[in-house]
Design a protein around this ligand. Structure first.
Ligand code: ZN
Length: 201
């Protein structure tokens, strides 16, 4: 085994974020409930604190080291990780959207531990998001860090702001994709990726 290289250490996603203030968040949650006419005494006494901690958890990715290895054996086929569960918060309503990600890359000189693909999704999902940007950020980041021949990302998600309220389109899912390199430019490689991702066109 050739020496690994740690190209970057997370938490990247926290670099530009202030540390959460749970005391202030709890007070704000209590004020929100009061403004909505919800009595937070009795059984709801601890609800503002729980709301603050739950949102803080949803907005904080776990840290990890992004370790790459030289592609010494010259593997030149798609590496694809399917069914990666993720949850995020839509930036318009701060309601969850949840789904599965499929992340693939066509290796260049570097390869990546498989679990890291899931960690990259989490890193960008744990912030107020829109699905389109989340998909693109995962693809862009892998493209920049791994310098692969190609990258493909597909996200399929259900948005509670759309299924529980508003349009109330229960069961509707949103599919987004982002591609780089060979997967963007070569239609056969793109087709192979979408087929393996379970998306048929
Ligand atoms: Zn929304």
């Amino acid at each position: 085994m050739t020496a690994a290289a740690t190209v970057v250490a997370a938490p990247l996603a926290l670099a530009d974020r202030k540390l959460p203030d749970l005391v202030a968040a709890e007070a704000a949650a209590a004020a929100l409930l009061a403004a909505l006419g919800v009595d937070d005494s009795g059984p709801l006494e601890k609800t503002p604190a729980r709301m603050a901690r739950a949102l803080e958890e949803l907005l904080t990715p776990r840290t990890f080291d992004m370790t790459t290895f030289p592609n010494d054996e010259g593997y030149r086929q798609l590496v694809i990780e399917r069914g990666i569960p993720f949850r995020s918060l839509c930036e318009h309503h701060l309601l969850p959207f949840t789904g599965r990600a499929c992340v693939a890359y066509l290796p260049g000189e570097k390869i990546l531990g498989l679990s890291k693909l899931a960690r990259v999704v989490e890193m960008f999902a744990c912030r107020p998001q829109v699905q389109e940007r989340l998909t693109q950020q995962v693809a862009d980041w892998l493209h920049a860090q791994l310098l692969p021949q190609g990258v493909g990302v597909v996200l399929v998600a259900e948005h509670l702001c759309m299924t529980l309220r508003g349009a109330r389109a229960e069961g509707a899912t949103t599919v987004t994709s982002a591609l780089h390199g060979v997967l963007l430019e070569d239609h056969r490689a793109r087709q192979e990726f979408f087929t393996l991702a379970g998306i048929t066109s």
